[in-house]
Design a protein around this ligand. Structure first.
Ligand code: SF4
Length: 315
């Protein structure tokens, strides 16, 4: 299923607005070199077989309503920040839900199959629930008082080992004094303890990418849980990011090793409950397809399937 990514929607809107394309950390064009993304690194850490299914087999995953709603909410927030500061009020955010959903449907009409036609009352409820998440956002931040450097920012950085990191941050705030804050919105349905582990991993990934691309340790990493109307703030330290760099090097080395041998082992956990590939997982008496072999180009962020990208945003 070829679902649109949040970036697809964002890029379309940026083009329509006549503004520049998505800002990147020093690159104007989407880079092509193989890279490690936070989602796939996290997948491998959680379960090497899940990584294989997603990054190498690239098996399709059907997003749930909650996951697509996450994409809608992220895109609406991105568009909200393109409005003049004074216009960023709750109703403006709610009003963005419908056009964002329309754009998603234009890009991937199959998403409409989640509902029984445009008149399905569940569709209306679902759209309203997206609006409620957006309204809840205003309990945590006042977007009229913020002027982000970028939303949906593509970060790319090379580690000392040569491993290339690549990922999108939801929002980057830079204070006049140069202090950087990375902001990530969460709308997901995974249990909080798992979501937090994965989210912190992702945030450290971004912090390291910023450290290596801009030479600055971000002052603050902020996770905004829209459903709970809570936020979690974290202050990374240089030594911690240096240790994290070694972790990422080790993960990439392990991915390359498993890629050569095809030995991607299942690692069952409570997260299996949310895995789309349980039926073909040996940990649940399933049989995976034959290993297709290591791709000619190692898996990288740009070759992730659009659906995976969409799912990543809904975490
Ligand atoms: S069901 Fe669990 S063990 Fe199997 S691939 Fe999915 S996450 Fe891994």
């Amino acid at each position: 299923m070829a679902s649109p990514t949040l970036r697809d929607v964002g890029e379309t809107a940026l083009t329509e607005a006549g503004t520049a394309g998505i800002a990147t950390a020093g690159t104007a064009e989407p880079p092509r070199r193989p890279a490690l993304s936070p989602s796939r690194a996290s997948d491998f850490k959680q379960c090497p077989l899940l990584y294989r299914f997603r990054a190498i087999d690239r098996l399709p995953e059907t997003p749930s309503r909650a996951q697509v709603r996450g994409t809608v909410v992220h895109a609406a927030l991105e568009r909200l920040y393109r409005l003049p500061a004074g216009d960023r009020v709750p109703q403006a955010a709610v009003d963005l839900v419908s056009p964002v959903w329309t754009d998603l449907l234009d890009a991937a009409p199959e998403l409409g199959e989640m509902f029984d036609g445009a008149d399905d009352p569940e569709l209306q409820e679902w759209l309203e629930s997206a609006g409620m998440l957006l309204q809840g956002y205003f309990q945590l931040e006042d977007p009229r008082r913020l002027e982000p450097e970028a939303c949906e920012l593509l970060l790319e950085a090379e580690l000392g080992s040569g491993v290339l990191l690549r990922g999108y941050v939801d929002r980057l705030d830079v204070a006049p004094g140069g202090q950087i804050r990375v902001v990530d919105y969460k709308t997901g349905a995974a249990p909080r303890e798992f979501a937090e582990i994965r989210a912190l991993f992702q945030m450290k990934f971004y912090a390291l990418a910023l450290l290596r691309s801009r030479g600055v340790v971000p002052t603050q990493l902020r996770l905004i849980y829209l459903a709970d109307q809570e936020s979690l703030t974290y202050q990374p330290e240089l030594a911690e990011l240096e240790r994290f760099e070694q972790t990422l090097d080790a993960i990439w080395t392990a991915i390359l090793r498993a890629g050569r041998t095809g030995d991607f082992r299942p690692s069952p956990s409570r997260m299996c409950e949310w895995c789309s590939h349980k039926a073909i997982c040996p940990a649940f008496d399933g049989t995976p397809p034959a290993y297709p072999g290591w791709p000619a180009e190692p898996p990288s962020a740009p070759v992730e399937t659009p659906t995976q990208s969409l799912l990543d945003h809904a975490e």
